[in-house]
Design a protein around this ligand. Structure first.
Ligand code: BDR
Ligand code: CA
Length: 306
C-alpha cells in the first residue's frame, strides 16, 4: 500500500516513521513535515535525522506548513523538548529536504502513482487540508490520521493536540468526502509502553535502544500528567492500523470539529451513538489490541537492527 507520512517529529512520530520503514505492507513514497511538536525547521531536521539513522536517506522529505491555516502557531515543547526530539542525541542531518514543498510533492505523488495513495497525517492537518484543496481528492485512497478524541483532551480538557493546533484544517479533512480513519486518544492511550516493552526494545540493538531512549524522555511528561510508567506511542498506532487493520476496532460515524468556541477549540465532536442525522464521514477508532500492537512494533523495530 503506497503511503505518504505527514509528520512533526516528535518522539512518537519518529517511532511511526521507523515502523513504516520496517514494514513491507506499506510503501513509503515520502515524508512530509509540518510545524506541531516543534517548529517546522526542527521537525524537518528531525525527520532527516531519523531517516539517516535508519540508513534510508533515499526516502524524500518535503517540508510543509510552518503555521496553521488561520490560528497562531503553538508548539508542544513542554512534551517533546527544545529539539522536538529530546532524549537520545542524533547528529545534525547531512541531507536536505527536496525543493518541492509538502503540498506540491504530495500532489505530484498522488497524480503519478499507479494506484491511489493513502495519506497518513500524524501532526496538525494543515498540509493535508491543502493537498485536498489542490487535488480535489483525486488519487487519494484515503486518510488515516492520528488526531482527535471521542472522550478526552490532552492539550486542553476538550481537545487533542493535532486537531486543536489547526482546527480549520481538521474540519476540512473530515468534510472532504474522502475515506477518513481517525485514530484518536481513545485508542492511542491504550498504546502506553511498559518497562517490559522497553526492555524488549533495548535488547534488539541500536535502533531499538534509540526508540527506548525516545520513550524514556516521552515518559517524563506522561508520568507527571497521568502517573503512567510509560508513554503512548500515538502516531505509530496509525501506521500499525495500516499494516494490520485487525489491531484497531473502528466505528463509522460523523465527526465535526469545533471552530467557534475558545473553550472547546478543536474538539472532535464524534456522534458515536447517532444523536444527530449528520451522515457518517469517518471510521473512528474505539479500541486497540494493545498486546498485539506492541508485538508488532517490537518485532518490526528489531528488523531494522538485524
Ligand atoms: C499527538 O500530538 C503530538 O504530541 C504527538 O506526536 C501526536 O501526534 C498526540 O496528541
Ligand atoms: Ca505527531
Amino acid at each position: 500500500m503506497p503511503i505518504v507520512l505527514d509528520c512533526d517529529p516528535g518522539h512518537d512520530d519518529a517511532i511511526a516513521l521507523l515502523l513504516a520503514l520496517a514494514s513491507p505492507e506499506v510503501e513509503l513514497l515520502g515524508v512530509t513535515t509540518t510545524y506541531g511538536n516543534q517548529t517546522l525547521e526542527k521537525t524537518t531536521a528531525n525527520a532527516l535525522r531519523v531517516l539517516e539513522l535508519a540508513g534510508r536517506t533515499d526516502v524524500p522529505v518535503a517540508a510543509g506548513a510552518d503555521r496553521p491555516l488561520v490560528r497562531e502557531l503553538a508548539v508542544a515543547a513542554h512534551v517533546h523538548g527544545d529539539s522536538g526530539l529530546d532524549g537520545p542525541v542524533l547528529p545534525a542531518p547531512t541531507t536536505r529536504p527536496i525543493e518541492d514543498d509538502a503540498v506540491t510533492f504530495t500532489a505530484g505523488v498522488v497524480a503519478e502513482a499507479a494506484i491511489p495513495v493513502t495519506l497518513v497525517p500524524v501532526g496538525p492537518l494543515t498540509n493535508v487540508a491543502r493537498v485536498i484543496e489542490r487535488t480535489g481528492g483525486e488519487g487519494i485512497e484515503g486518510i488515516v490520521l492520528m488526531g482527535g478524541a471521542i472522550a478526552e483532551g490532552n492539550v486542553t480538557p476538550a481537545a487533542e493536540f493535532n486537531a486543536w493546533a489547526d482546527p480549520e484544517a481538521a474540519q476540512a479533512v473530515f468534510a472532504s468526502g474522502l475515506p477518513v480513519t481517525m485514530i484518536g486518544l481513545d485508542v492511542t492511550h491504550r498504546a502506553v509502553t511498559t518497562p517490559e516493552i522497553q526492555g524488549r526494545l533495548r535488547s534488539t540493538g541500536a535502533i531499538g535502544t534509540f526508540v527506548a531512549d525516545l520513550v524514556d524522555f516521552f515518559t517524563v511528561y506522561h508520568r507527571e500528567t497521568y502517573g503512567w510508567d510509560g508513554a503512548p506511542i500515538h502516531d505509530a498506532v496509525a501506521v500499525a492500523s495500516l499494516i494490520d487493520p485487525s489491531l484497531v476496532t473502528t466505528t463509522r460515524c460523523n465527526v465535526e470539529v469545533e471552530l467557534e468556541s475558545e473553550l472547546c477549540r478543536g474538539r472532535t465532536v464524534v456522534d458515536r451513538w447517532r444523536r444527530t442525522d449528520r451522515p457518517p464521514n469517518a471510521h473512528v477508532g474505539v479500541d486497540l489490541d494493545t498486546a498485539r500492537f506492541f508485538s508488532l512494533l517490537t518485532e518490526r523495530i528489531a528488523r531494522l537492527d538485524a
